[in-house]
Design a protein around this ligand. Structure first.
Ligand code: FAD
Ligand code: EGU
Length: 471
């Protein structure tokens, strides 16, 4: 007999460790399901922190991230605070700017402010009565047998806390992950790339954006690259990517200007000579790490998501988007297995690992590709070829970035499809070339030309071909 007066079974407690982008969003997902959610975050509440926030740092938000926001009713709000970027704007060495659209009219990505996004997600999580945010709580360690977590606060006090499920969203240097590393059959790899990055602000000019706002501005210069995304306050945040050894070679303000004159001359007046000389030395260049691991779970107790599970290099603009998609995938598996955590966690690992590893590999591949031979001409050429093939055969050839950025095609399937497309393109080219060779020979034999009248300088053509992509 059921006792109708008894309270419903107490909902399980979920501890979300890390109140960054993925942690705050995850809190909303778990709260929506009715779990008792506790978020633990090292930092102070960024919504009330008094530290003077200097510049805005932004991120590219695309379809996967938007889908996840939609699940918790946050898409519209965040999109309204973002700046649409319909195309890239490629800056050549001479200062020429060439736009390349991302796709059709509705296909654009958004530049969103990282701090603002984090604040909005924390506030959204707090609107659920079953959610509590605990700031100034740094996870020191946890016990994988008992599930007990130890937090330290800035005054040195410690707290031991237990939960039914621990969700590790504590970023690329995850403290939760440390216990995974001690276990047998846990795979882990991390790679620092030789490049570092530095963020520089481009102020408004006469109260207006210094460059066209609705673009992702790119200065591709092989091993040097700069990217700029617009902010609501009409500034741009420029991110300069280059090898650490090159950063270290520049030691004086004048050397900064000389360097920019060589590689990014059009950006000097826009950032400003004095600002450039000053800001370059404000903070050292930051490192970029790629982390892959598996499994993502321990029993029915703990699961990793976001950068804690997969830090990717930023060369696809997908780190946050992939982390947000993790939340949807976990939610889908929760539905499939009726919130039975002992079944959900292994299944989440099984479905998600191949996709996260695929985007980590893609981002690394693009890093290698860009630094090896992507200058502005090559970038323009490749993107145009992609777009033309897509226009000719819209169903057969879909550019990789389109699948990654504008669809929820599983990352590993996007990679497979891209490899298949590449094979087909190469085969068609071979077929065309063979056809042209045979057809041409046939015509030449039928109507032999008077070679002396041919006025094409083959050598000149060949040299131009060789020069292509190296200038
Ligand atoms: P984080 O944002 O790192 O948050 C982790 C949180 O956990 C932090 O708040 C931290 O304080 C907290 N924490 C850490 N340790 C502890 C602990 N021991 N106890 C308690 N709390 C802890 N992605 C995109 O999608 N688009 C882009 O355009 C893009 N551009 C990028 C550009 C650059 C230069 C870089 C470096 C990354 C970029 N990314 C981009 C990736 C994106 O920044 C990350 O993928 C995203 O921030 C991951 O979110 P997260 O919540 O998993 O981790
Ligand atoms: C890097 C740093 C252009 C924000 C990859 C494209 C990025 C972003 C590209 C950063 C590039 C590179 C793509 C998007 C995006 C492009 C993409 C890279 C946002 C293949 C705040 N990348 N980024 N690819 O296609 O799919 O425009 O710091 F220069 S958005 Cl490296 Cl779509």
């Amino acid at each position: 007999m059921e006792d109708s007066s008894s309270k419903p079974a107490k909902k399980k407690v979920v501890a979300v460790v890390g109140g960054g982008l993925v942690g705050a969003l995850n809190a909303c997902f778990f709260a929506k399901r009715g779990f008792d959610v506790e978020v633990f975050e090292t930092r102070e509440d960024i919504r009330t922190a008094k530290i003077v926030k200097g510049r805005s740092i932004n991120l590219a938000l695309s379809h996967r991230g938007r889908s996840a926001l939609k699940h918790v009713g946050m898409e519209e709000k965040i999109v309204s605070q973002g700046i649409p970027m319909h195309a890239r704007m490629i800056h050549s060495l001479t200062g020429k700017q060439s736009p390349i659209p991302y796709g059709k009219k509705g296909q654009y990505i958004l530049s969103v402010d990282r701090a603002n996004l984090n604040k909005e997600l924390l506030s959204a999580a707090e609107t659920y009565p079953n959610t509590k945010l605990n700031f100034d709580h740094k996870l020191q360690d946890w016990n994988a047998e008992t599930g007990i977590m130890t937090f330290v606060r800035s005054d040195g006090t410690k707290a031991n806390i237990e939960a039914d499920l621990i969700v590790g969203c504590d970023g690329a240097f995850s403290a939760i992950r440390k216990q995974f590393l001690r276990r047998s059959r846990f795979n882990y790899s991390q790679t620092y790339i030789p490049h570092g990055y530095m963020e520089l602000t481009m102020p408004p000019i006469n109260g207006e954006f210094a460059m066209k706002p609705n673009y992702l501005h790119i200065w591709p210069r092989n091993k040097f690259m700069m990217i700029a995304l617009p902010n609501l306050d009409k500034t741009f945040t420029c991110t300069l990517f280059m090898p650490f050894e090159e950063f270290e070679k520049i030691t004086t303000g004048d050397e900064v200007i000389t360097f920019f004159q060589t590689y990014f001359p059009d950006a000097i007046p826009l950032i400003g000579v004095d600002a450039l000389k000053r800001d370059y030395f404000r903070l050292p260049a930051q490192a970029m790490v790629s982390v892959k691991c598996s499994p993502y779970h321990i029993g029915d107790k703990c699961v990793l998501m976001g950068d804690a599970a997969h830090a990717v290099v930023p060369f696809y603009g997908q780190g946050m988007n992939a982390g947000f998609e993790d939340c949807i995938v976990f939610d889908e598996v929760m539905n499939q297995f009726n919130e039975d955590l002992s079944a959900v966690l292994p299944e989440y690992t099984r479905v998600r690992v191949p996709d996260d590893h695929a985007i980590a590999d893609l981002a690394m591949y693009n890093y290698v590709e860009m630094r090896a031979h992507v200058n502005s001409k090559w970038f323009l050429f490749r993107k145009h070829v992609d777009n033309i093939l897509h226009l000719l055969m819209p169903k057969t050839i879909i550019p990789l970035y389109t699948m990654v950025t504008f669809t929820r095609t599983r990352y590993h399937e996007a990679v497979k499809r891209w490899q298949w497309q590449d094979k087909m393109i190469n085969r068609s080219l071979l077929l065309c070339a063979t056809g042209a060779a045979f057809g041409g020979s046939y015509l030449l034999i039928k109507n032999p030309p008077d070679i002396s009248k041919l006025n094409i300088n083959i050598e000149k053509l060949w040299n131009r071909f060789l020069a292509f992509g190296t200038s």
